[in-house]
Design a protein around this ligand. Structure first.
Ligand SMILES: N[C@@H](CCC(=O)N[C@@H](CS)C(=O)NCC(=O)O)C(=O)O
Length: 225
């Protein structure tokens, strides 16, 4: 499937400050790759705490990746960066919705990605891939509810994508941490529509995967059994 791009390109490649194992960062690199937006990457040594330095704070007060610089513009937060890139370099009606309702439906998924997705499957993966401490029952309950809701939603959509007839920012915002949920021990085996959606995103022209981490032993996503 061809993705529309606009003719506008950055004057020089965008710099993406990232961690290659971060789904928040993959959202951004995936979008730029799909839209042929030129970029280079810088990878702070997060194990050594480089992202906690004063220099990094001047880029993002929350001391997190991703951050981009585009000329004299510096932006943090994966969803904010997505919205910027879409308005600056892509077809905003296509990626963010053509009318009020579609824009709101897409925005809702950006909110879910910063909420339930970050607190559920992304957090479960943080424990296994980065050794973070999480509250397992809460993370499992959030993940189970989220995946069940996405599966039910995909049963009522007009295409394999989350909103409308083609890929949008909703799919880009949600894809990375759902596709890599098994790396946090969250199995996707009982969600056929989610698997079909993952395949649809991975079939896009110029799709680029996030590097795989080891698959963690499947967790029982029912926190009460
Ligand atoms: N809301 C932020 C969250 C970004 C985030 O959680 N980044 C993680 C990597 S996936 C990070 O930099 N963590 C380092 C830390 O918090 O110390 C976004 O969407 O960009």
């Amino acid at each position: 499937m061809t993705n529309p791009t606009s003719n506008t390109l950055p004057k020089s490649p965008i710099v993406l400050i990232q961690n290659p194992k971060s789904g928040h960062c993959h959202k951004v690199s995936l979008f730029m790759t799909l839209n042929a937006i030129p970029f280079t990457t810088v990878e702070p040594d997060m194990a050594k705490g480089e992202h906690k330095s004063d220099r990094f704070s001047s880029l993002n007060v929350f001391k997190q990746v991703p951050v981009i610089t585009d000329g004299d513009i510096t932006l943090a937060d994966s969803n904010a960066i997505l919205v910027y890139l879409i308005h600056a370099y892509a077809d905003s009606d296509y990626w963010l919705g053509k009318d009020a309702k579609e824009k709101a439906l897409i925005q809702r998924w950006l909110s879910v990605s910063a909420g339930e997705l970050a607190k559920g499957p992304a957090a479960a993966r943080l424990e296994y891939v980065f050794g973070a401490t999480i509250h397992v029952p809460t993370v499992l309950a959030t993940s189970e509810t989220l995946l069940a809701n996405i599966e039910a939603h995909l049963g009522n959509t007009v295409s394999a994508f989350l909103v409308g007839e083609h890929v949008t920012a909703a799919d880009i915002a949600m894809y990375s941490y759902i596709a890599h949920a098994p790396e946090g021990g969250i199995s996707l085996s009982k969600f056929p529509l989610i698997n079909a959606w993952i395949n649809a995103v991975e079939s896009l022209d110029n799709f680029v995967p996030m590097p795989a981490s080891d698959i963690a032993p499947a967790r029982n996503t029912s926190p009460h059994s």
